[in-house]
Design a protein around this ligand. Structure first.
Ligand SMILES: [Zn+2]
Length: 125
């Protein structure tokens, strides 16, 4: 499978699993793989229709789906977080990030679920 094919398959599977579990029509607008200048890499899952309460209640299930998705993309999902639309309870994206050494130092100090109002941490290293 090419990288593009695996991204498409992960997008479709993840959307289906989230819809089945949550019983609401969440929409995965875009799944992006990324590489940053610092050395971090990972995936951003832009999502609509998911709220922070859903993530709070179904965190374990969502993490399991994220882990399955990461495995298909050959990524190590040791840092997983959601980004909120500022000032709302709406999730803008779910993010898998493989941290470089310097970001590991920064994110390793994160404490609690919401170190910033626009970030909800599902898993840290
Ligand atoms: Zn980095």
């Amino acid at each position: 499978m090419t990288i593009a094919e695996s991204l498409l398959s992960v997008r479709n599977d993840l959307e289906r699993k989230l819809r089945e579990m949550l019983g609401i029509p969440v929409f995965l607008a875009e799944l992006d793989a990324f590489a940053l200048p610092c050395g971090c890499s990972g995936a951003t899952i832009n999502i609509r229709g998911l709220r922070v309460d859903d993530v709070d209640v179904f965190e374990e299930h969502i993490l399991k789906f994220i882990d399955e998705s990461a495995e298909k993309m050959e990524m190590d999902p040791f840092f997983v977080f959601a980004r909120l639309i500022p000032g709302t309870a709406e999730i803008a994206s779910l993010n898998i990030r493989m941290l470089c050494d310097s970001c590991y130092q920064e994110f390793g100090r994160i404490e609690g679920k919401q170190p910033r109002p626009d970030i909800y941490v599902l898993r840290t290293a």
